[in-house]
Design a protein around this ligand. Structure first.
Ligand SMILES: Nc1ncnc2c1ncn2[C@@H]1O[C@H](COP(=O)(O)OP(=O)(O)OP(=O)(O)O)[C@@H](O)[C@H]1O
Ligand SMILES: [Mg+2]
Length: 487
């Protein structure tokens, strides 16, 4: 879009519209060529028409601006631009380069991949830290402020390409609805993420956010909406009483302990629910320890960059164009500006289920043969998001047995192992009429020329040395398994 001046900001890119606002990437220019990229969110005009709006908006924006936490999108500024009926209210906030959780779940699915349990739990755990910080916030005189987010939904959980998790839009829901979200016709879609007490318009507190987070986590793993129904009435009824399927019965990789955590977050009675976000965060942390989940921004970032490789490329192109605008502005030229803020496009249709009904893609199997399990750990990070199952073996002899029994699509082996080493394994595979053509990749910590020659002579297809380059690894694995059509 042609940049448009709005208040102190230059809106340069339309990021989308939700139920309450229109969101733009924007630039703020200061002296000495200082330029800051941020997000400016314009509240849709119909909300500002309500006389209760302004005071609520100011109160909530002030509270949000007071929150400072790595898992919360920082609010820098708020105000209005224009006079009287024309006034547009806005909030300026930190720009998070990435995609929201709803888009991430769709992206994983498009790549034929379920959201990994590790990552869903990681995201929920980071959001619970954000909520704990906000819920515990006290004012200058030490009184609890009682902040409730009220709109914990997948589109308000932003995941950066670096793997950070940030909760956006604190308090905006309250400001624009006067605290009566369920009564707003435009909020039917949001009912599906509300706690029962919230959806029924009863008094709510911080525990409502925990219920909403439970819905978000459940849906990310189930790959389908939990309470969304065709009408607002049916959705409301589902929020209040629909049975909640246990995830461990839907996915074999979901631990039962996670079902128990979800059951407590999704208790209809707030008194039976987790009493604080800290308590939920503690249980998620214990789960990740017991189940040895990989919970890190490195994992999330690696998967994000795989799933959104194309989007990153087009974003970078857009950002280069924006830089050209910045530079011309800083040079004192008068770049061409649009006259008006473009009209808000129709909000995203909330009816759309996050996940389609496509049959799950056939999963490929990779056999990893490694005595130290280190190759497996590394591969788990880099191949996350490509839909592979892994089989493990600790030495060549075991590897040969597993290969014969499970017929993997690719064997990845370490070089030096006790009993039967990688070279012997590779020769044994090649001379076996049943599995002789299985692609074979060596990964070793050193790959001297004589090692490479030995693996080639044994019949290996490729030999990569550690430290591995993620892109090269993914390319090699995809080529060897003929999966160049995915992600
Ligand atoms: N701080 C931000 N940084 C980067 N992108 C953002 C930011 N805030 C929002 N976005 C993007 O803009 C899109 C529109 O956001 P917006 O908040 O207007 O709608 P929403 O989250 O779908 O609904 P809601 O009205 O409940 O917040 C989001 O899907 C998100 O991808
Ligand atoms: Mg939002």
């Amino acid at each position: 879009m042609t940049p448009v001046k709005f208040s102190r900001y230059y809106l340069v890119r339309n990021l989308g519209a939700g139920g309450m606002a229109q969101t733009y990437r924007a630039k703020l220019f200061a002296e000495h060529g200082f330029v800051k990229t941020l997000v400016v969110k314009l509240i849709l005009p119909q909300f500002a028409a309500d006389p209760r709006f302004l005071s609520m908006f100011i109160d909530e924006a002030k509270l949000a601006a007071g929150l400072a936490h790595g898992n919360i999108v920082s609010v820098f500024d708020f105000g209005s631009c224009g006079e009287g009926r024309e006034a547009r209210y806005f909030i300026a906030m930190e720009h998070v380069w990435g995609r929201d959780l709803a888009t991430f779940v769709r992206g994983c699915q498009a790549a034929g991949q379920r959201v990994p349990v590790d990552l869903a739990v990681y995201v929920a755990s980071e959001v619970s830290h954000a909520l704990a910080h906000a819920h515990k916030r006290r004012d200058a005189s030490g009184r609890l402020v009682r902040i409730v987010h009220r709109d914990v939904t997948p589109s308000n959980i932003l995941l950066s390409f670096e793997g950070e998790v940030k909760l956006a839009d604190f308090g905006i829901a309250k400001a624009v609805t006067g605290g009566h979200a369920a009564a707003e016709p435009g909020f039917a879609g949001k009912l599906a993420y509300m706690a029962p007490e919230q959806a029924l318009g009863e008094p709510l507190d911080h525990r409502s956010d925990l219920f909403s987070l439970g819905i978000v986590l459940h849906e990310a793993l189930a790959g389908q909406r939990l309470f969304r129904r065709p009408s607002a009435h049916a959705t409301l009824q589902a929020v209040v009483e629909a049975p909640i399927p246990r995830l461990s019965e839907m996915r074999e990789d979901v631990p039962v302990a996670l079902d128990d955590i979800l059951a407590r977050a999704l208790e209809r009675d707030p008194a039976a629910r987790y009493s604080s976000a800290d308590e939920l965060a503690r249980d998620l942390a214990a789960l990740s320890r017991n189940e040895e989940l990989e919970m890190s921004s490195t994992f999330l970032g690696a998967l994000m960059r795989r799933v959104f490789a194309k989007e990153i490329e087009s974003d970078e192109k857009e950002m280069r164009e924006e830089r050209a605008f910045e530079e011309s502005f800083v040079r004192g030229e008068k770049p061409k500006l649009g006259a008006e803020v473009p009209a808000a496009p129709a909000p995203v249709d909330e009816e759309v289920t996050i996940v389609g009904d496509d049959a799950p893609a056939v999963r490929r199997k990779i056999l990893i043969v490694d005595d130290a399990k280190t190759i497996h750990e590394v591969l788990k990070v880099y191949l996350l998001g490509l839909d592979f199952d892994f089989a493990l073996a600790r030495n060549g002899r075991e590897g040969l047995e597993v290969a014969r029994a499970e017929r993997p699509d690719l064997i990845i082996s370490d070089l030096n192992m006790p009993e039967m080493d990688g070279i012997e394994l590779c020769r044994a595979v090649r001379s076996d009429p049943e599995i002789g053509s299985t692609p074979f990749l060596f990964i070793s910590s050193r790959a001297a020329p004589q090692d490479r020659q030995a693996t080639r002579e044994a019949g290996a297809d490729e030999h990569l040395a550690k430290p591995l380059d993620a892109d090269e690894l993914v390319h090699t694995v995809k080529t060897l398994t003929n999966r160049s059509d995915t992600v």
